[in-house]
Design a protein around this ligand. Structure first.
Ligand SMILES: Nc1nc2c(ncn2[C@@H]2O[C@H](COP(=O)(O)OP(=O)(O)OP(=O)(O)O)[C@@H](O)[C@H]2O)c(=O)[nH]1
Length: 482
């Protein structure tokens, strides 16, 4: 389980994808924080702990006066920020009466706790140096450190693989010490404060810097560093913000631990919401999985629609073929023949074009004697015979029942008549499987300059009629008009 962040009131740039790792990181932060604080509220104290409360009506705390959004002091010297709200929550859950010991600087707070002027000091990492006088609670807040770069910098998965890269780090900080030791490949530019490092990155003077995720979430927005982004996380470099308690006050540390354990993830979330202007809700998402899910859905839609498009195209092609093809003979039918176009083209370019209209002689008798099925077979066999004896460029079409139209390109009347006689002869000498011999008659016409498709076919049909009248098994034609 992880967290998805919603940004109801954030401005548009905050929602930009370049901040996704930031939001995911914050979600992770809360998840980690939540996992250590899942006990029921309020805190259940032991007899010793309750006794401690009664003899300590007030417990003094030192804080960092200038570390917002974690904590700080306002003009009225009141403790404010994320840690301040968490401390108030702790006080409510444990019954502790926390009193602020105000200071001007963090160093002053450290010194005050060393001197015992305050019993505890809020939100700091445990270090061997600090363990000399402090004991620490469980983390009050987990805050990863992240790498900040300019927008154009690619995502950083492994800091040790970076070459010719400069990094701005706070002089004297834990982070600067650790980076100098762990990443000798980086050129460290030391700064007086963290904002200075961020500014150097924004101005292109340094390649990257390191900021706390929570600080980055707040300052990148409020300081107007719009050309910066979170480019990578630093596993193992998290801030574990704990409360440091002076060594003599172990019972106080135990009470605080009980309070920390009783803070729910939702309570931490509400506090972060207030300070970072973010809303965190539980969703099933890890890193870019939501984007992958969207991508997968989109892909599924594309695949499905392209599959249906292909099926539709195939169906349309089939319909088109059926509409233009004679089902019995598989020749082009009348619909598939654009005789009008062919006539007009021949006229425009003055190319010879002729047609032959064939009709089977006494075909009725075939049907009558052998039945329609045999008649169909004869039609199929004749189609193949005619087609096989034509040039590839010529077109043969089933014109009607037992009629066939042949378009002969680049062929004049004389040549077409010759072709018709050849075909009639082929049929005459062909032995049809079931019926033996049959004959066909033909009428030929050549396109004239004034012809239309209708006048051309009418002339061919008239000639066919004449051929029939003249005894069948022959071709007739009309000589071209002068
Ligand atoms: N089996 C079959 N017969 C068809 C088909 N289309 C037309 N016919 C038949 O073709 C015959 C045409 O007969 P007619 O128009 O009298 O002509 P014919 O018998 O061929 O005589 P002529 O044309 O004068 O030589 C009819 O019997 C139609 O039923 C078809 O697709 N299949």
């Amino acid at each position: 389980m992880s967290f998805l962040l919603h940004f109801g009131v954030l401005q548009r740039w905050v929602i930009s994808h370049r901040f996704l790792p930031l939001w995911v990181g914050l979600g992770l932060l809360l998840f980690l924080g939540g996992s250590i604080k899942s006990l029921a509220s309020p805190a259940q104290l032991t007899v010793t702990e309750r006794a401690y409360l009664s003899v300590h009506p007030q417990v003094s705390f030192c804080v960092n006066p200038d570390w917002l959004p974690f904590e700080g002091l306002n003009a009225n010297q009141e403790h404010i920020g994320i840690v301040a709200d968490l401390m108030t929550l702790l006080a409510n859950k444990t019954g502790l009466n926390i009193v602020l010991y105000p200071t001007h600087t963090w160093e002053e707070s450290i010194q005050a706790s060393k001197d015992g002027r305050c019993l505890a000091i809020s939100s700091l990492n445990a270090t061997p140096e600090r363990e000399k006088w402090l004991i620490f609670t469980e983390p009050l807040l987990e805050d990863p450190n992240v790498l900040i770069t300019r927008d154009e910098h690619p995502f950083i998965s492994d800091v040790s693989s970076l070459n010719n890269t400069s990094i701005a780090l706070l002089n004297g900080s834990n982070m600067a010490e650790m980076f100098a030791q762990d990443f000798p490949n980086l050129k460290i530019v030391y700064t007086e404060n963290e904002d200075e490092g961020t500014q150097l990155v924004s101005e292109g003077k340094v390649d990257l810097t390191v900021r706390s995720l929570i600080v980055a979430a707040r300052t990148l927005k409020s300081a107007g560093w719009y050309n910066l982004k979170v480019s990578g996380q630093l596993p193992g470099y998290e801030n574990h913000l704990r409360i440091g308690v002076i060594k003599s006050e172990e019972t106080l540390r135990n009470i605080l631990n009980r309070g920390i354990a009783s803070i729910s993830p939702q309570e931490t979330q509400a506090i972060l919401d207030r300070h970072l202007n973010l809303q965190v809700t539980q969703e099933v998402i890890t890193d870019y999985s939501f984007a992958y899910l969207l991508g997968a859905l989109l892909l599924a839609v594309i695949i499905t629609s392209s599959y249906w498009m292909r099926r539709l195209n195939a169906l349309n092609e089939r319909l088109n073929h059926m509409a233009h093809t004679d089902a019995l003979t598989q020749l082009t039918n009348r619909n598939g023949l654009n005789l009008k176009n062919e006539v007009e083209r021949a006229q425009r370019y003055q190319h010879p074009l002729s047609i032959i209209l064939f009709d089977i002689d006494h075909f009725k008798k075939v049907n009558d004697n052998y039945g329609h099925l045999v008649g169909d077979q004869v039609l199929v066999e004749l189609s193949q015979l005619l087609k096989n004896n034509l040039r590839q460029v010529d077109i043969i079409c089933r014109w009607g029942g037992e009629e066939f139209l042949v378009i002969c390109f680049e062929t004049n009347l004389e040549q077409t008549v010759h072709l018709a006689e050849l075909l009639i002869d082929k049929v005459r000498h062909h032995y049809f499987k079931e019926v033996g011999e049959i004959t066909i008659s033909g009428g030929v016409a050549q396109v004239q300059s004034t012809d239309s498709a209708e006048s051309l076919t009418k002339r061919a049909d008239d000639c066919l009629y004449e051929a029939k009248r003249a005894g069948r098994d022959r071709v007739h034609f009309t000589p071209p008009t002068a």
